[in-house]
Design a protein around this ligand. Structure first.
Ligand code: WQD
Length: 316
């Protein structure tokens, strides 16, 4: 298939492009290069800001030039803390950008979309493993933009769009080294950066109601996540349901302390970590129920925590 991948020069997007190409798809990338890096990809790249006033016209021209079979939409802002500080910018970029994309897709009869959503749509779920039907109550503007984005995708069924929302859990690790996450906004890259700077990684709270007191998350390898996108595109090709939502995780939880213990092994450095206060807004536990994606898309994550942390360390 011929795919338009928005945000395809980013850390996750470039892994998606690589997987799609390896599975025989042809990609064209749109990226505003705010955090994306052009050298991560070798397919055609169009520098375009989806939220710009000229975006629909630019997208129309691009979609007329290439007859895309489907779109994978990853381009978005993704920092929770920043979204609290500049909510309007998050609504404009994440929701305005998606609205522009949908307008152009409708005008050009492109009717298949994979949307990059997030476990942030759940907020603070009070369950052992969260399934896709759990009512979403996001607790920050970032999570709100992802939940509203899902509704936008769903409601586009009125003109024939078929959409898959992929709710990413905690994405980490690295495939080919040149695609590494350079931003250091999440636990594993932050801890690696601290170690490399000779500082102690920090644990935000050890007084949570979890076995070791630190927060539990579902860490999913970026390479697995990329393959979930390919499975979603294939599914859109073979099925005709208008709309689906899937968690993308492993179904296994790991605590912050377990992640840091793995980092000690992967790095070969027997470091001490520092315990600090809780970070505001952290749910004690956020782990995916993964049966639906396994049953419907036939997707199952292949990599565990060891490969996630070791690949991130090796790429750093
Ligand atoms: C993981 C755990 C921290 C740094 C975020 C978004 C979510 C999704 C994924 C996009 C938490 C703890 C962290 C540190 C620590 N993003 N931590 N020391 O918050 O689970 O999820 O990224 O869709 O929407 O909220 O990820 O990597 O920030 O934190 O102890 O130096 O590590 O408190 O428990 P989070 P994270």
């Amino acid at each position: 298939m011929k795919l338009l991948v928005t945000g395809g020069a980013g850390y996750i997007g470039s892994h998606v492009v690589r997987s799609a190409e390896q599975n025989g798809h042809e990609c064209v990338v749109i990226d505003n290069l705010s955090t994306g890096v052009s050298s991560r990809i070798s397919c055609p790249l169009v520098q375009l800001d989806l939220a710009a006033p000229t975006a629909v016209a630019d997208l129309n021209a691009l979609m007329k030039e290439h007859r895309f079979d489907a779109v994978i939409h990853l381009a978005a802002r993704k920092q929770v803390g920043e979204s609290v500080q500049i909510p309007e910018t998050y609504y404009l970029d994440n929701l305005g950008g998606l609205a522009n994309l949908l307008l152009a897709m409708k005008a050009n009869d492109v009717k298949k979309l994979v949307f990059s959503s997030s476990a942030a749509t759940y907020g603070m779920p009070d369950v052992d493993k969260v399934d896709e039907d759990y009512p979403g109550r996001p607790i920050n503007p970032y999570g709100e933009t992802k939940l509203i984005g899902e509704w936008m995708v769903k409601n586009a069924k009125v003109w024939g769009l078929r959409g898959v929302n992929l709710r990413y859990f905690n994405v980490a690790g690295c495939g080919p080294k040149e695609l590494a996450d350079t931003a250091a906004l999440n636990l594993i890259p932050i801890a690696i950066n601290a170690l490399k700077a000779g500082k102690a990684p920090i644990v935000f709270g050890t007084d949570y109601p979890t076995p070791d007191g630190s927060c539990i998350r579902d860490y999913v390898h970026v390479q697995d996540l990329a393959e979930a996108h390919v499975a979603a595109v294939d599914y859109l090709e073979r099925d005709d349901r208008p709309f689906d939502t899937f968690n993308v995780g492993t179904g296994e939880g790991a605590s912050v302390i377990q992640v840091l213990d793995q980092l000690k092994i992967s790095s070969g450095i027997n470091f001490e970590y520092q315990i600090s206060d809780r970070r505001a807004g952290d749910p004690p536990r956020l782990v995916a129920k993964v049966e639906r994606i396994q049953e419907v898309l036939g997707f199952k994550a292949k990599h565990g925590l060891e490969e996630i942390v070791s690949s991130a360390w090796a790429a750093s």
